[in-house]
Write a protein that binds this ligand. Structure first.
Ligand SMILES: [Zn+2]
Ligand SMILES: [Zn+2]
Length: 293
């Protein structure tokens, strides 16, 4: 499926209306996310990224090696910088703790303490210490730098992974606990089609890929006695899949019977109440939200 701007724009508008009905999402946060998702969509059309040569031979890929491990991903530096500037400006304008932190990031940028290219490299290499350091400097809104960097890189990362799709056979479920394209962990899953095939969405490159329905998406556990799920009242279309072996959970959307729209990064936000319930049960989520917090 290729990227179609008009279709995607209509889907996004519809999804944002649905999100506005969720009372637990504070309006200022939703405003930032809405503006960010809209800017990302425009950037997705503007980015130009060449596909790097693939380091993984097809035979190794069949054995579970990702096609292009995330540290090999490239990005459109100009479009990323433009989007970063826009996300920084809207964060500053939002006021509150995010606004104050965004102002501090701008000052650090002007003083040469913060480098966007260094931050992008850190995100691509999954350098958690880099972001932990910035989180410590911005205690009021510790996720600000990750949100800005991830948000501005995502359109490029999506454009790279879309070009990888022809190199992976998505007819067969992928059973290796990480993304077949970049090797990162899944963010959320969804059930699709009349057969209820399960698709996982990658937390890094945002591509979706078919996975086994009855398998832990992280540790690979397939013993049905260890795999459970629960739903919550008021959260129609979502379930939480739990693995008792690794104690991790993954949210799953099943919108097949509902008149709604699925955009995985926003499905993740829409189902925030389920993360709270899962954490109350002592379960872990191995990835951050699609928005860096
Ligand atoms: Zn991926
Ligand atoms: Zn597991």
């Amino acid at each position: 499926m290729t990227f179609d701007m008009d279709t995607e724009r209509k889907r996004l508008e519809r999804k944002l209306v649905i999100l506005r009905t969720k009372e637990f999402l504070p309006a200022p946060l939703l405003d930032i996310i809405s503006d960010t998702a809209t800017l990302q969509l425009a950037a997705r059309q503007a980015v130009s990224v060449p596909l790097p040569s693939l380091p993984t031979p097809p035979s190794a890929h069949l054995q579970g090696v990702p096609l292009l491990p995330r540290e090999h991903f490239v990005f459109d530096a100009k479009q990323t910088a433009l989007l970063f500037g826009k996300l920084l400006a809207l964060s500053e304008a939002s006021g509150g703790p995010i606004g104050t932190s965004a102002q501090a990031v701008r000052k650090a940028l002007e003083d040469g303490i913060f480098s966007l290219s260094e931050a992008c490299d850190a995100f691509i290499r999954d350098d958690t210490l880099f972001f932990a350091d910035w989180a410590a400097r911005l205690p009021e809104a510790p996720s600000t730098v990750r949100f800005l960097v991830q948000g501005s890189l995502t359109p490029s990362l999506e454009a790279v992974s879309e070009q990888l799709k022809t190199h992976h056979n998505d007819e067969e479920p992928w059973a290796f606990g990480h993304c077949p394209y970049c090797g990162s962990l899944p963010l959320i899953s969804s059930l699709r089609g009349k057969e209820g095939f399960r698709h996982l969405t990658c937390s890094f490159c945002r591509t979706d890929y078919r996975a086994k329905r009855l398998q832990c998406a992280f540790c690979g556990e397939e013993d049905h006695d260890k795999l459970e799920y629960f739903k919550a009242e008021g959260e129609r279309g979502f379930e939480v899949h739990v693995c008792r072996t690794c104690n991790c959970y993954l949210k799953t959307s099943d919108f097949r019977e509902l008149d709604t729209v699925s955009i995985p990064a926003l499905d993740d936000l829409e189902s925030l109440a389920l993360d709270i319930l899962a954490r109350e049960q002592g379960l872990s989520r191995p990835t951050l939200s699609a928005w860096g917090f």
